[in-house]
Design a binder for this molecule. Structure first.
Ligand code: AMP
Length: 279
């Protein structure tokens, strides 16, 4: 498995593969890889002839006061894990390679970036859309693999690819969870043992929403109240919301496809989770 830091080299690598008619999957990550990331890699290895994993802690998607500086960095272990999972190449650009002096062009995120994370992390999706478009240019893959763990991010990427006619197939991948339901996240390692127990309440609250729905409840406020009760022990709830699954905008009654999303702080760690409401 190769490791490349320079954008032009990775572009040449991808085009040399594509020139032979083969497919290339890209898995964008910020490193500190866990089995959730590796499931994306395995999906890509299964589906594509070659798989590139990008590892870049993107400064433009972190707000002031967020955890950019302390974001976990485990590069050597990451490379070993993706090699094992069957990736052909790791692209790990430096911040200066991605954002050289004078850099000033950003990709304006679509409307679906406005609610939820858009409200609580202003500027976050502008950093995400910009870095993802840059990665797609540097590594012109045929397929890109994104986790449903970051459901709004997945929708944002699907929207920019659609709106800007980007020739890449976005492949959504399932959320990988701990046995007790907690969605795997690079940030879970920040949780103290006590907070780790409290963190289970996010996936519990999602299950409560589903079981209320299964019992016939269709009023969004009623279900959201039950979800907040299940989240009583978290430090702060940013949102615990049932929204339209296509637009992510608020709804009052569940009479079409809906999605449940939660963002909550447990101690000093901010966690997100989500699930579709299955009929
Ligand atoms: P990150 O390194 O947090 O930027 O995540 C990189 C990719 O891994 C994104 O597409 C995430 O949605 C995906 N991902 C993170 N956690 C999980 C998980 N528990 N299950 C599936 N995909 C995940």
């Amino acid at each position: 498995m190769q490791i490349i830091q320079v954008g032009d080299e990775v572009r040449r690598y991808v085009w040399s593969i594509r020139a032979t008619g083969k497919t290339v999957g890209i898995v964008p990550t910020m490193g500190a890889l866990h089995d959730g990331h590796l499931s994306l890699v395995r999906n890509s290895v299964q589906r594509c002839d070659h798989t590139i994993v990008t590892i870049f802690v993107n400064p433009t998607q972190f707000g002031p006061g967020e955890d950019l500086k302390k974001y976990p960095r485990t590069f050597d272990a990451d490379c070993a894990a993706v090699k094992d999972a069957g990736a052909s190449l790791v692209f790990a650009p430096t911040a200066i390679e991605m954002y050289p002096p004078g850099f000033s062009t950003f990709v304006e995120p679509p409307d679906i970036a406005l609610p939820l994370e858009g409200e609580f992390r202003p500027g976050h999706f502008r950093g995400v859309t910009t870095v993802v478009m840059k990665l797609f240019q540097l590594s012109p893959a045929t397929h890109a693999f994104f986790g449903s763990k970051d459901f709004q991010q997945l929708k944002v990427i699907q929207a920019i690819v659609n709106d800007l006619n980007v020739g890449i197939e976005i492949v959504p991948c399932d959320i990988i969870r701990e046995p007790d339901g907690l969605a795997l996240s690079s940030r879970n390692r920040y949780l103290s043992p006590k907070d780790r127990l409290i963190a289970r309440s996010l996936s519990n609250a999602l299950s409560i929403a589903q079981s209320q729905f299964d019992q016939g409840e269709r009023d969004v406020k009623t279900i959201e109240t039950q979800m907040r009760k299940a989240l009583a022990d978290v430090t702060k709830i940013d949102y615990a919301a049932i929204v339209d699954a296509d637009t992510l905008l608020p709804i009052q009654k569940i009479d079409h496809l809906a999605h449940v999303l939660i963002a909550a702080h447990v101690g000093t760690t901010r966690l997100i989770d989500n699930r579709p409401l299955k009929t």
